[in-house]
Design a protein around this ligand. Structure first.
Ligand code: ADP
Length: 201
């Protein structure tokens, strides 16, 4: 049981997942906002039932899962529907994240959230860690990972909190310009720091 939570964030392709996995290798429990946001609308979930009730059964695929493309279409064309969906899902996601954090078994836990500051989820954590990388490297690594164009990556970067703002808000910054093995040493240092902080709370 841990009550000390580190919020891990960074722009697309900055290396959040890579950093999170290095902490997991050290035995730290991860709670991932992307995974939680899929869990709350999984087949047979309360969230999905509410969505089907609101939008109709044709928002579901034949196998009973959410038809994400259909839902995207509905909220894209009608802002009030987007608002309805956010009002439904944001509290559910938040509750589920808190629940999973409460069940964490490591001395501290890590909450991985791409939009930690944008969605005000930094209020749920004891300190924040930002993975930092130049926009050039960020674009290159994302293009290689997702097979997307530079323009597509740049549009996503532009929609996220700026690098400068993230750095200003961060309690800790981890530079991911170097190799994964360099990253590993930086994670080990931060791990020791968080163990001490968790011990004091
Ligand atoms: P995020 O979760 O922030 O979107 P990822 O951890 O998926 O970022 O990293 C983006 C891509 O860059 C992945 O393909 C990952 O394997 C690669 N990557 C991350 N860190 C490094 C590094 N230090 N050196 C080389 N490639 C890296």
């Amino acid at each position: 049981m841990s009550n000390f939570v580190v919020g891990l964030t960074g722009g697309i392709g900055s290396g959040k997942t890579t950093v999170a996995n290095l902490f997991a290798d050290l035995g730290i429990t991860l709670v991932d906002a992307d995974i939680v946001s899929r869990q709350v609308v999984a087949k047979d979930s309360l969230g999905l039932a509410r969505i089907a009730e609101h939008f109709g059964q044709n928002i579901l695929l034949k196998n009973g899962q959410l038809n994400r493309a259909a839902l995207r279409e509905r909220i894209f064309s009608t802002p009030s529907e987007r608002e309805w969906l956010n009002d439904l899902l944001h509290p559910m996601i938040r509750e589920e994240m808190l629940d999973q954090l409460k069940k964490a078994t490591s001395p501290y836990a890590i909450l991985v959230v791409p939009l930690l500051f944008e969605n005000g989820l930094d209020r749920l954590v004891n300190c924040t860690l930002v993975v930092d990388i130049s926009p050039e490297l960020q674009t290159r690594r994302t293009m290689d990972r997702d097979s997307v164009s530079a323009e597509q990556v740049q549009n996503i970067i532009a929609s996220q909190t700026s690098r400068a703002e993230k750095l200003a808000k961060a309690d800790d910054v981890i530079d991911n310009q170097g190799t994964v093995s360099a990253l590993k040493s930086k994670v080990a240092l931060l791990h020791n720091k968080y163990l001490k902080l968790a011990d004091r709370t």
